[in-house]
Structures are given as C-alpha cells and as structure tokens.
Design a protein around this ligand. Structure first.
Ligand SMILES: [Fe+2]
Length: 124
C-alpha cells in the first residue's frame, strides 16, 4: 500500500524522498517539544507555575497530536522513523538547553520567576 501511495505522490511531481525527509524532521521536532513540554509542565510549581500550567499542557498535547498525525503520513509514503531515538532527537534541531530556554520564555514572557537552577546543568 505504501508503494502505491508513494507512486501516486510521485506522479504529481513531488520529490517524495525530500518530502519524507521533511516529515521525519518535523515529527522529530514535534515529539521533542512534546517531551520538553512534559518536563516543563511538571516543573511548573508555585503560584506563578500554576498560572501557566494549563498553557504548557495545551501546547504539550497539541505537539503530541501533530506527531501522531505525521507518523502515518511518513509510513504511507514508504518512509520510516529512525530506530535510534538519539538520532531521531538530533533531527529535531532542538538542542536541550535552548529548548528549555525557549519554553521558559514562551510560558513566562516577563520571566518573573527565576530560571530553575537544575536546568543550568543541561547540555546544549
Ligand atoms: Fe507542533
């Protein structure tokens, strides 16, 4: 079935190899952000944290849904996800520390809360 779908896409003039590569990278980014939002959400504590916990949860579920929507498309086009999770993560172009910083700023734009000390120990 995947071969038929791939051939149909190729007949439209789409570079299917390139499309699959982009879909895999996007899936990596979606799963990676889902993972980091999960960590962020459990670290949102105290009054300031509780106020944005729902925002983090909404973003977390949204990215999970994006990941789940992408995966069938990849396999329908005869592609596949890397079997190595580290390799998959690295396709996301989301270095760990930068991702934490981005998430931190996105949920707390005025950064009224202190940067969690334990996050300074992360690589990236
Ligand atoms: Fe997303």
């Amino acid at each position: 079935m995947a071969k038929v779908t791939r051939q149909m896409a190729e007949k439209t003039g789409v570079n299917v190899d390139e499309l699959v590569e982009l879909l895999v990278k996007n899936a990596a980014a979606e799963l990676t952000t889902f993972y980091y939002y999960t960590i962020l959400r459990v670290n949102l504590i105290g009054l300031q944290g509780e106020g944005v916990k729902e925002i983090a949860e909404t973003a977390r579920i949204e990215d999970r849904n994006h990941f789940e929507a992408l995966v069938p498309r990849i396999y329908e086009l005869d592609g596949k996800l890397p079997q190595d999770m580290k390799a998959f993560h690295d396709l996301s172009a989301c270095p760990l520390k930068r991702m934490y910083q981005t998430l931190w700023r996105s949920v707390l734009p005025h950064r009224t809360a202190a940067w969690p000390a334990r996050w300074t120990e992360t690589r990236g």
